[in-house]
Structure formats: structure tokens, C-alpha cells
Design a protein around this ligand. Sequence first.
Ligand code: SF4
Length: 370
Amino acid sequence: MTSKEIFAKLHEVAFNPKQQLNQYLADGKKVVLVTYYTPNEIIHSMGLVPMGVWGADIQLNQSKKYFPAFICSIMQSILELGINGTYKGASALVVPSLCDSLKCIGQNWKYAVKDIPFIPMSYPQNRKPDYGKRFTKAGYERVISDLEAITGAHFSDDNLRVSNHIYNEHNAVMREFAEVASEYEVSAQERSDVFKSAWFMLPEEHTTLVKELIERLKEGPKDSRKVRVLVSGILADAPQLLELFEKYGIKVAFDDVCDESRQYKKDVPETIQNPMDGLVEKFCSMDDDTLLYDADKKRVDYIVTEAQKHHAEGVIVLMTKFCDPEEFDYVPIKRACEKAGLHQVNIEVDRQMVNYEQAATQLEAFSELF
Ligand code: SF4
């Protein structure tokens, strides 16, 4: 396939998750909905299909009965999609309680979406000490026992070892794609489609396509745009926003986006004999993330370092409205960028955004700084 054909296929997946869900169900598979940092390796190892939920750009109606207006639209739209039947056929929803909004979706989900069981899970704030690792492992064991009870699937260490390897391979391919997309001609929409489609496909299927894509891209022209930026935020997938990147000649040189590169930074150390301990180690070694306790705000240095490493002279912070964790990090990011001589701009985004005029003005002005 050509790169354009592969991009078209991934675009189709990224924009039709419902079709993917129905196809997996028609193939006799059970699908488990996941988000943020769920242990997808465990779900996959049990023969289930982990499928991402990050909400959608839709009008919110029924979810407003359950959530206050000042909660992020990602949580609101996940609940709205649950209520309106978009996830019908899924066996369960697993959500880690990594922020206040994630903590409270479960109570609402249980009342509003009766046909899809909710599986809660907790991660420790202090994930580095041994007690943090034991807590993480206990959380994973709880997810396994809930999944076994709900789906009838069984867990085994041997299968987890295989799934850990499959996910590590996918992580490596996604990291390589991010580097290749930084160097070669890839539009913001194409880049987003590759990351987004990963949430709706089995990792082994996605790995095969992205590997081929990387080879095709390396045969193509290098990107010569001079407005190179690092994009940071929870999500960066709104097509209208990505169109503006193209309009103003802005190249995404790298990202610190939660549903994109942040997912692929760490692998399960396969040298650890027990695959569950390896998976625990993966989570506990994660850093530089808004949602993970970081007393020294090392994420700020990470953003500056990655921007410089990828020859980006600017940082675009896409601030999800009502996202407290991201809002708290913004001031240190702004200061660090100024100190490092990086241009930066903060653009508020929302799952219900219909008017991108303000974002257009900000991006136009920002692109003229380079
Ligand atoms: S991290 Fe932010 S965007 Fe994500 S669920 Fe929490 S408040 Fe919402």
C-alpha cells in the first residue's frame, strides 16, 4: 500500500470506532472499553479487545443530568455516548481514578448505563516505593477478578507475557512513527489519525500497518516547514483545529499529548520474570505526566527538552476546558518556555467546540512569530 492508502485506512478507523466495535463483536470477540492508563495488556491477554474511549465532539444532553456543567467535556461526552447506546455490545468499562473527574464517572455510569458494567481501578499517588508497587499490583488483580466474573474470560501469566511483548512492539513502532512524522511530510490530521486509530484496533493489527507506513514515509520528501511546534495537552484530535495547523503552516514536530505519545513512553521490562510484576514496573516507572504525581514538576523540563530535541521553536498548549491537572501545570510550562526562548501559546479546547475563530486568530498570530 502507498502511504496515502495507509493513512486513508487509519483515518477511516479513527473516524468510525463504532464500525470497529461492531466488527470485533461480529467476529465473536468481547470488547472492553478503556481510557487513560488502563492495563490494556491484561485485557488483551484474556482474549478481550481493549477499545479506547475519549469522548467525542457531540452535543451533550442527557449527561448533564449526572454531571455539573463545570466538569471536562471528555468525561461528559463519554457518559453521553454510554447513555445514547454508542458503546452497545461492550462488556465493561475500565477507568482508573487518576483525577477528580475520572474518580466520579463511575458512580454516574452505574446509574446511567446499566447494560455495561463499570470496573473501577485505583493507582497510588506514590508509585515508586515498594508499597506503591504492591498497591498497583493489587489494583490490577482486582481488575482481573472483575473481568473474569463479567466476561467469563481467564487470566494466565503465560498469556500476559505474550501480550506484554505485543504491546512493547506496538510502543516501539509508535515511538518510531513520532520520529519519522517529525522529519517527513505528514499533516497534523494524518499524524492524529495514526495515534487515534491505535485506540480502536488490536495492537498487533495496528503495528503491522504503522510499520509499513513508516517504510513508505521514509521514501517520501522531508518536511521543510519552519514553524515547528511541540503540542501538549490531553487531546489534539479536533479536525477543525488540525486544519488550522495546515492553514498556518504549523508542523507538529513532537507531542506531549495524553492519548498520543504519552501512551508509548514506557515498555514492560521483559527481563522481569513475572509478567505481572513487569507490568506494574511499567506503570510505576512512568513520569513527566500531568496525571501522575510529580512534586518537582519534571514534566515541564521534559516538554522543553523534547521541543529542543525535535527542533521545535514553539509549544502549543491545548488546554482542555475544566481540566484542573493541566491548568495547574500551565504556569510552570509557560515560564520554562520563556526561559528557554520557546514561543508558546495556550489554546482552550473543548469537546463541544463549534467555533474555532479564536483559535484561528491565536494560531495565525503565533505562526507569525517564527
Ligand atoms: S485529566 Fe483533565 S481532561 Fe482528563 S478526565 Fe481529568 S479533568 Fe478531564
